[in-house]
Design a binder for this molecule. Structure first.
Ligand code: AMP
Length: 218
């Protein structure tokens, strides 16, 4: 079954980890605007006459990259995908309306994590620049401090995971993305799932939502 899944939630809720697993499990595309933008941080967007000249400058400030840039990325990715799990988009109401015109969603799930946990989760996150494995200094440390257990490369911190930028990202979420969650909730299309506990526990909750629904349909 080629499902169209949207995973919403604040920065640090575990969207990236869970989306990757959902995509592998259901053999669908993982469409993530964050990764796509990180791969194009230096792209020249001066033609758009926006505040900054590259996506990277918005990202490092914790602000949203302009809609036109992000909408184009998503439109192209979705047109190439049969089934997908969408992660990191839509982040404001305008993007949600554009998404409505692009595709039909089967599952819209919001991962919920208390705000007090998010800062700790994000500032402790470390990533491997070689194989993209992620760790947490406290909750999921690598075998050797600062070294990727999977491939041996030196771990780094995302530039937007510093305390100052994380605070800005959380306030951008509250202002711009919370209304998106309400938008789907008001249409009775939203399922809320707790993002607390181990990645394994959260994954089990997510697959139950999806598979219980499959069972209900047969
Ligand atoms: P993420 O990896 O999803 O936390 O995204 C990292 C950063 O990329 C965000 O803080 C934004 O600067 C930018 N970004 C990702 N997705 C979007 C989006 N849908 N709209 C605008 N900016 C985005």
């Amino acid at each position: 079954m080629q499902s169209h899944i949207l995973l919403l939630g604040p920065p640090g809720a575990g969207k990236g980890t869970q989306s990757t697993r959902l995509a592998e499990t259901y053999d669908i595309q993982h469409v993530t605007t964050g990764d796509a933008l990180r791969a194009n941080k230096q792209m020249d967007i001066t033609d758009l006459e926006t505040k900054y000249d590259t996506p990277g400058e918005y990202m490092d400030a914790g602000e949203l990259v302009p809609d036109t840039v992000v909408n184009t990325i998503v439109k192209e990715a979705l047109s190439e995908a049969d089934g997908y799990v969408l992660d990191g988009y839509p982040r404001n109401l305008e993007q949600a309306r554009i998404l409505d015109s692009m595709t039909e969603l089967d599952y819209i799930i919001a991962l919920e994590v208390p705000e007090s946990d998010l800062l700790v989760r994000l500032t402790g996150r470390r990533v491997c620049p070689e194989c993209s494995e992620t760790y947490h200094t406290e909750f999921e440390p690598p075998a050797e401090t600062g070294i990727c257990t999977a491939c041996g490369a030196e771990l780094t911190q995302r530039e937007d995971d510093t305390e100052e930028t994380v605070k800005e990202r959380l306030s951008v979420f509250a202002e711009n993305t919370e209304p998106v969650i309400e938008y789907y909730d008001e249409r009775n299309e939203l399922t809320r799932v707790s993002g607390q506990g181990s990645p394994e526990e959260v994954f089990t909750r997510l697959t139950s939502v999806i598979e219980d629904d499959w069972l209900a349909r047969v």
